[in-house]
Write a protein that binds this ligand. Structure first.
Ligand code: UTP
Length: 278
């Protein structure tokens, strides 16, 4: 499966760090955020990554350039794996939907993946969420979106799905009735937010082409998905998360990820625990 990695966003929530460093290259411990997400994609079976980037974010392309062989570079494991990396440019930051549209000509199969590389997943019990989504794609031949439960207060900060029934069945997979971008909370909407992992049918491109820009001059992927579900009756399912999810595009998530990964590190665990308990 191919996966689009949109990395052309401005990263204003992480300013001023993002004045000169793309947010995807900020690090959790000593490894860039995007490196974790590429490893996750490889573990899920992704064979090609399509980076959608901007001209200002050349350092990301530098990071993925195959390096000269030396001992330090040998520790970068994705260069050893069979992973194809392609690049396209988004010339203007016209939103996530527009970024996905920029990769249209490179998509070969009926379904493709999307990984938003500022969301880092820390897997629980060795369950890789994206692998789970691929399992359901095989089963029902329908698109999948990873979701996580959030508090009612947080609903207005995320894309929110409305499920066909109020609650998930035990398998954690359910059809989506509606998907809304940053809605104000109303009783009819579940508080399951979209996490940046999608498997979508190629049909989404024709809906993206027809999607008008929103009030902030962006083409929203959420709007196109919602239209696709409503107009064409193309089913998309929500897959409930197993992982811990850190939104590293925000200071809170970035700090959380650094603490969580430190606590998993044998050399840092004691030190960080002592700092927190102080
Ligand atoms: P975000 O909503 O996190 O936006 O984008 P952002 O611009 O990166 O960050 P803030 O909100 O200014 O802090 C979600 C994903 O969509 C990509 C981002 O790179 C991120 O992976 N994106 C967003 C694009 O590729 N192009 C865009 O025009 C907008």
């Amino acid at each position: 499966m191919q996966a689009i990695f949109p990395v052309a966003g401005l990263g204003s929530r992480m300013f001023p760090a993002t004045k000169s460093v793309p947010k995807e290259l900020l690090t959790i411990l000593n490894k860039p955020i995007i490196h974790y997400v590429v490893e996750e994609a490889i573990d899920a079976g992704i064979e090609e990554i399509i980076l959608v980037t901007s001209r200002e974010k050349q350092p990301i392309l530098e990071y993925f350039k195959k390096p000269k062989k030396n001992e330090l570079n040998n520790s970068i494991n994705f260069f050893h794996k069979k992973l194809k990396i392609s690049t396209v440019f988004q010339e203007k930051p016209l939103g996530l939907g527009h970024a996905i549209l920029c990769a249209k000509h490179l998509i070969k199969n009926d379904f493709f993946g999307i990984f938003l590389p500022d969301e880092v997943l820390l897997e629980n019990n060795k369950v890789i969420d994206f692998k789970n989504m691929m399992k359901y794609l095989k089963k029902n031949c329908e698109g999948q979106i990873l979701v996580e439960k959030v508090s009612k207060k947080e609903v207005s900060s995320y894309g929110i799905v409305q499920l066909e029934s109020p609650k998930f069945k035990s398998n954690g997979n359910m059809r989506i009735k509606k998907i809304l971008e940053k809605p104000s909370f109303t009783k009819s909407i579940n508080n399951y937010r979209v996490v940046g992992r999608y498997i979508l049918p190629k049909d989404i491109f024709s809906f993206l082409e027809k999607t008008k820009t929103s009030s902030n001059n962006e083409i929203e992927l959420t709007d196109a998905i919602n239209k696709m579900i409503g107009d064409r009756k193309l089913n998309i399912n929500a897959c409930l998360n197993n992982s811990e999810i850190y939104d590293c595009g925000s200071v809170k998530g970035f700090v959380g990820a650094n603490i969580a990964f430190s606590l998993l590190n044998n050399e840092l665990r004691k030190y960080v625990k002592a700092l927190i308990n102080d």
